[in-house]
Design a protein around this ligand. Structure first.
Ligand code: SF4
Ligand code: ZN
Ligand code: ZN
Length: 337
């Protein structure tokens, strides 16, 4: 029998997985062509594999998902909700931090509240104002952030991290899940290198030991554009409006460069991640970490960066320098289940 040669054009017009449907996505770095259904299943499967590869979750974890209201974090919530169904002892919470940027956060809060409620996931929102006594806008508009020489996004990122830890302690979460994608992880490493940060830690990999609540990034091996496509195909409602400070950050410039570079060299982000983390792991074995004298969270310095920024801004705003009391009372976290 003479074998019919396969028409390369016809082959390219079928999904590499089901070999039936027309593909909607060509994955340059692997050569796969995927139809919409297989693509969605593939992303969920890759999150499962990432969780297993890095041992990110335990069957009885109380998982707090940091949800900003953007497509990445809502997609993460949806996927973890699906995966969690196989682990009846695990629990899921959604938490949104309101930094206090007028006209930006209100819509996010509504979207996250509605989305969590559809999935029957408890939703909590916490604000900078409640926790620290000032909003991000207060810190920027009065010139406090500029005076202490830090960018609004640095204030926001560092204090949001602290806010998430406080929320996680309040609800007794054993792990904090964030929606950092492959692009975000590589951007963070590059940013740290360019800023001369001497204490770079692995991003989104579960590290136990000490008093810190581990942070995990189940999307750490998935490129940003694939998460965006997943959100689109799943019809996930997300906020389109961006934060007014977004285009002023150093991260934004690095993002632009990496988008440009990885479009030409599709495997470059994976290559950077694996090489950089190999070096990082070797370095980490020789490093030890102490605790912040103010908040008790892990820090290589006497006062952690979050406490340093919080106190500097309070000083500029003439606020009480006492430790924030935001989450000490039950009513300080709004449970909107
Ligand atoms: Fe915060 Fe900057 Fe993101 Fe705005 S763009 S939410 S200020 S980190
Ligand atoms: Zn298919
Ligand atoms: Zn501290």
């Amino acid at each position: 029998m003479i074998e019919q040669p396969v028409d390369p054009l016809q082959k390219a017009s079928r999904c590499s997985t089901c070999r039936r449907n027309p593909p909607i996505y060509f994955r340059k770095y692997s050569g796969e062509r995927l139809c919409a259904k297989c693509f969605r299943e593939n992303i969920t499967e890759r999150v499962r594999k990432t969780i297993s590869k890095y041992d990110l979750l335990r069957p009885d974890d109380r998982i707090m998902v940091a949800v900003s209201g953007g497509k990445d974090s809502l997609s993460l919530l949806r996927i973890l909700h699906r995966i969690e169904r196989d682990f009846p002892r695990a629990e899921l919470y959604a938490v949104t931090v309101d930094e206090g940027v007028a006209g930006y956060r209100e819509e996010c809060l509504r979207i996250v509240r509605d989305f969590s409620s559809q999935l029957d996931i408890p939703f909590l929102s916490i604000s900078f104002k409640e926790l620290f006594g000032f909003t991000l806008e207060d810190a920027v508009e009065c010139g406090a952030a500029e005076k202490i020489g830090i960018h609004p996004c640095t204030v926001c990122g560092v204090l949001r991290r602290k806010a998430l830890v406080k929320a996680a302690r309040k609800i007794g979460a054993t792990v904090i899940a964030t929606a950092h994608t492959l692009d975000d992880v590589v951007q963070t490493y590059l940013l740290n290198l360019l800023k001369g940060e001497g204490n770079i830690k692995p991003v989104g990999i579960r590290r136990e030991g000490g008093s810190a609540i581990p942070r995990i990034a189940p999307f750490r091996l998935i490129p940003q554009r694939e998460v965006a496509l997943y959100a689109y195909l799943e019809k996930i409602p997300f906020q389109v409006k961006t934060c007014p400070y977004t285009h002023t950050s150093m991260r934004d410039k690095i993002r632009e460069f990496l988008n440009w570079y990885s479009a030409r060299y599709p495997e470059s982000l994976y290559a950077f991640l694996s090489n950089f983390e190999r070096m990082l792991n070797a370095l980490l074995k020789t490093m030890s970490e102490g605790k912040c004298e103010i908040c008790g969270e892990p820090s290589s310095r006497r006062m952690c960066r979050a406490c340093e920024i919080e106190l500097a801004i309070k000083r500029e705003l003439g606020l009480d320098l006492e430790e924030p009391k935001g989450l000490e009372r039950e009513s300080d976290i709004r449970g909107e289940e």
